[in-house]
Design a protein around this ligand. Structure first.
Ligand SMILES: [Zn+2]
Length: 197
């Protein structure tokens, strides 16, 4: 039996994946050209920033990024999905809302439309996004997550479900961000028993 089942997303595509608790997804950029977003119904970015900032620093700090082992929480602070592994210089941002169609002169669907459709909710109900393979900088005034990320071919991350959840994953349709051009994202559904190391 194969350990994985692969879905290939081209720029501007998204897919939903039903995971049972302990189910895992690997998200990979095979040519280092492409990032995107992931989310689930009820993902709360602000609560997640606070829960992980407190857990790491024991102070009411909020984090810009998810690191290995950190959960993504719903609005009640319940952990739903975990970043189990991250193998990339690119970060998993939990500040950005994801792109949306009004940003594009040609009206193409953005990650917010793509992912809300993939998980079966209205766009307005999308309460958080995680953007993968980005690089950020912060000043006293603003946060900029769109610096050239320095990602490499084969960079990947692994998500693990902590409860039953439908996860939406997009390959971002914006091909003009620094360091990105139209490419592919591979999403592999991992056999729970498989080990990557
Ligand atoms: Zn996008």
């Amino acid at each position: 039996m194969p350990a994985t089942q692969r879905t290939t997303l081209k720029a501007g595509q998204a897919c939903g994946f039903d995971l049972a608790a302990r189910g895992r997804l690997r998200i990979c950029t095979p040519t280092a050209h492409q990032g995107g977003d992931f989310s689930f119904a009820g993902f709360d970015q602000a609560v997640t920033r606070n829960v992980n900032g407190w857990s790491r620093h024991r102070k009411p700090y909020v984090l810009f990024h998810l690191s290995t082992g950190m959960p993504m929480c719903d609005g009640n602070g319940r952990p739903v999905l975990e970043l189990e592994q991250l193998h990339s210089k690119g970060a998993v941002d939990i500040m950005l809302p994801g792109c949306w169609r009004e940003l594009y002169a040609d009206g193409r669907l953005g990650c917010r439309e793509l992912i809300s459709a993939a998980i079966g909710i209205e766009r307005a109900q999308l309460t958080g996004m995680a953007s993968f393979f980005v690089r950020s900088r912060a000043t006293d005034e603003y946060y900029d997550a769109l610096s050239r990320p320095g990602i490499e071919a084969g960079d990947y991350l692994i998500l693990r479900a902590l409860r039953d959840v439908r996860v939406g994953v997009s390959a971002c349709p914006d091909v003009e961000l620094p360091g990105w051009s139209a490419g592919e994202v591979h999403v592999d559904r991992l056999n729970p028993a498989s080990r990557t190391h």
